[in-house]
Design a protein around this ligand. Structure first.
Ligand SMILES: Nc1nc2c(ncn2[C@@H]2O[C@H](COP(=O)(O)OP(=O)(O)OP(=O)(O)O)[C@@H](O)[C@H]2O)c(=O)[nH]1
Ligand SMILES: [Mg+2]
Length: 327
């Protein structure tokens, strides 16, 4: 059954998870005939958010494959729900941009959470007609918020660009790492270290517990040198035995609270909205151009000339742009 935009928006307004799933699927569609519906949905989101004026917190969880992000998110989600929140978990799959494939396709580590009525779990939003993966994820975040989910958790594997993208999607970034991934800061990309808000040194259980605690101390010292008073706390956790997780979640609350107090929360959101606007413009221009056969033809011809050296990349690009404005 094909639900109309109006029906989907009504369902979202009532917090229905089925409508939320429909909305995200519609936003992911690449069929040109769905573009109008997508714009209609996004307009509706803005209207409903303005009406409700509700607040949300968006948390990114990043880290190398297999460090326990999903297991930890399962716990974090349950903790939020116990505090009266509704939790949505989205995953960004860095492989999906290129292959459409899914390496985060499993919900298995979030079994407990997925059984909760106040949880919504969506593995990897794929890039839809209105944008790449980052834009698709932002749209999915909005959809979740319209449906009344006020704690949004975005999981991404710390490879490729995705971990940098999450910084621009989330209010706070939690890095999950484990002892033995290298000494101190080794093995963690500098860009992440400079912007992460909290670090969990996970798998601090059994024989690994002491090791993890030492690693957390070491990492903390190294981060202090790098970032001074702005340095994030490093907390040993075990997502399995639950050791340290309460402390981690309490610190996460502190981080978000601190951002509200300092004004950083709202200023970050503002910057992110502008970034979203800029990225969407670029994407839509790209899309419009690709739909013009004459543009494609001209572009291909110039590309050949750039390739065989008969013109320079800059001259060719400028010539192409000139045709757009009839110059
Ligand atoms: N001992 C121990 N094992 C853990 C802990 N947390 C997760 N694991 C195990 O580590 C493996 C990977 O856990 P996931 O939660 O799927 O890790 P992930 O970081 O989400 O993995 P990807 O999404 O594939 O990158 C699973 O076998 C978990 O059971 C922990 O605190 N202690
Ligand atoms: Mg995972």
């Amino acid at each position: 059954m094909h639900l109309s935009v109006k029906e989907i928006l009504e369902g979202l307004d009532r917090g229905k998870r089925a409508s939320l799933a429909r909305a995200i699927t519609m936003l992911e569609s690449r069929r040109p005939q769905d573009r109008e519906h997508q714009l209609g949905l996004l307009d509706g989101f803005e209207r409903l958010i303005a009406q409700k004026g509700h607040s949300s917190v968006r948390i990114a969880v990043t880290g190398a494959p297999g460090v326990g992000k999903s297991t930890l998110i399962n716990q974090l989600g349950l903790w939020f729900i116990s505090q009266g929140h509704r939790v949505a978990v989205l995953a960004i799959d860095p492989s999906s941009e290129a292959t459409g494939g899914s390496i985060l396709g499993d919900k298995t580590r979030m079994d407990d959470l997925s059984r909760e009525a106040d949880a919504f779990i969506r593995p990897s939003p794929t890039s839809g007609h209105l944008g790449g993966v980052a834009i698709a994820t932002r749209q999915a975040i909005l959809a979740c918020e319209v449906a009344g989910f006020d704690r949004i958790i975005v999981e991404t594997v710390g490879v490729g660009q995705s971990e940098y993208q999450v910084r621009h999607l989330a209010d706070a970034v939690l890095l999950v790492t484990i002892a033995g991934a290298g000494d101190g800061l080794q093995g963690i990309k500098r860009g992440i270290l400079e912007s992460v808000d909290l670090v969990a040194v996970n798998k601090a259980d059994g024989e690994r517990r002491e090791w993890a605690e030492n690693h957390a101390r070491e990492l903390s010292g190294a981060l202090n040198l790098l970032r001074g008073h702005d340095s994030p706390l490093c907390i040993p956790t075990s997502a399995i035995s639950a050791h340290g997780v309460q402390s981690l979640f309490a610190r996460l609350d502190d981080v978000v609270h601190g951002m509200h107090e300092s004004g950083k929360f709202e200023s970050q959101r503002q910057t992110q909205r502008i970034r979203w606007f800029n990225e969407t413009i670029r994407h839509l221009v790209d899309l419009e151009l690709k739909q013009r056969a004459s543009w494609n033809e001209h572009e291909n011809k110039l590309r050949d000339q750039v390739e065989d050296g008969t013109t320079t990349p800059f001259r060719a690009a400028a010539a192409l742009i000139d045709t757009l404005f009839g110059r």
